[in-house]
Design a binder for this molecule. Structure first.
Ligand code: IPM
Ligand code: MG
Length: 368
């Protein structure tokens, strides 16, 4: 009897609605080919949910997420909802899901596909062979710290956010980093601003303590400003980059661009909810890109690679995940490019066509 997995799908806003269908098609095909059943449940979140239900994360969508074995998410947000109060903006859907599902570990692999070496703005010798993984703490830090808000102050106003981390929060994300490094090149670079911020002085101390249990993994510490510079100077020095919520947000966009386009970077967010159930959500790291939405030009690869991460990390389907990654590599080798990754006047194809080419490639790969 084949196992049936429930997948909650939230396309969200903007290009989210365009990049999700090809990724769902890939999952459907993999399910059929390898004898597991995927039952998809599609929900509304973000700006679309604000328009329909007056809230970015309707109860119904949250229930869907809690009922699922894994979640596939597109992107949320857009200029239409930009002026709204923070508590009801589209982004709250994402932050609410991360918080309610306890998704504290965000894995963002930045790997250069050989075919895209010319799509990067950096020189070939700097990026060729680059393969790093940003591990971003996702449910703490300044994104969730209190006090927060904007209040009247001295005849004007003042805005407040709080960067806060507790020892257990740092311990659990550090463990993820060291464990994950064991399956890679066994080096962790922990990124902080310990020369200025006490909270990251604690971060550095706790990470060093946790490291004592992982003598087979090497650890170095780096200030975030230096790290931003090192990423473009010599990105190949990094294996696992462990960092806080805010620094991880910033550095992962930078790392994404090294691979040629932010449209290439998948992510997995893992954790345990308040009832102790393991949870996982998969999404591209790019946003809803309202400027290119609805034109069939967005790159679906980050979402398709996120689906591959789902196959591997949530369902243990390692061969199937590798199969999807090989198909992506195959179409890139064939010269297929969406506009964001095209170089030297190469011909480009749209979102749907890229999805179709990857599906066709999967069909030619046979059983791995
Ligand atoms: C990301 C995004 C989100 C974040 C936004 C949309 C809230 O930039 O996942 O990196 O800041 O975490
Ligand atoms: Mg971001």
């Amino acid at each position: 009897m084949s196992r049936c997995y429930k997948i909650a799908v939230f396309p969200g806003d903007g290009i989210g609605c365009e990049i999700i269908p090809p990724a769902v098609s890939v999952l459907e095909l993999m399910g059929k080919r390898f004898g597991c059943q995927f039952a998809f449940d599609e929900g509304v979140i973000g700006g679309a949910a604000i328009d329909c239900f007056g809230t970015p994360l309707p109860e119904e969508s949250l229930r869907m997420a809690l009922n699922a074995d894994a979640i596939l998410l597109g992107a949320v947000g857009g200029p239409k909802w930009e002026g709204m109060p923070y508590a009801v903006r589209p982004e709250r859907a994402l932050l609410g899901l991360r918080e309610r599902l306890g998704l504290y570990a965000n894995l963002r692999p930045a790997r250069l596909f050989p075919a895209l070496v010319n799509a990067s703005t950096l020189k070939r010798e700097v990026i060729e062979g680059m393969d790093l993984l940003v591990i971003r703490e996702l449910t703490g830090g300044i994104y969730f710290g209190k006090p927060r808000g904007v209040e009247p102050y001295d005849g004007g106003e003042r805005g407040i956010n709080t960067e806060v981390y507790t020892t257990p929060e740092i311990v659990r994300i550090a463990k993820v980093a060291f464990e994950t490094a064991r399956g890679r090149r066994r080096h962790v670079t922990s990124v902080d601003k310990a020369n200025v911020l006490e909270v990251t002085e604690l971060w550095r101390r706790v990470v060093s303590d946790v490291h004592k249990d992982y003598p087979d993994v090497t650890l170095s510490h780096m200030y975030v400003d230096n790290c931003a510079m090192q990423l473009i100077r010599n990105p190949k020095q990094f294996d696992v980059l462990l960092t806080t919520n805010l620094f991880g947000d910033i550095l992962s966009d930078e790392a994404a661009m090294l691979t040629g386009s932010i449209g290439m970077l998948p992510s997995a967010s893992m954790g345990t909810d308040a009832t102790g159930v393991r949870r996982a959500m998969y999404e591209p790291i790019h946003g809803s890109a309202p400027d290119i939405a609805g034109r069939d030009i967005a790159n679906p690869i980050a979402t398709i690679l996120s689906a591959a991460m789902m196959l591997r990390l949530s369902f243990g389907l390692e061969n199937e995940a590798t199969c999807v990654e090989s198909a992506v590599m195959g179409v890139l080798d064939d010269g297929c490019r969406t506009a964001d990754i095209a170089s030297n006047g190469m011909q480009t194809i749209g979102t749907k066509a890229m999805g179709r080419r990857i599906i066709e490639k999967l069909a030619t790969l046979g059983h791995l």
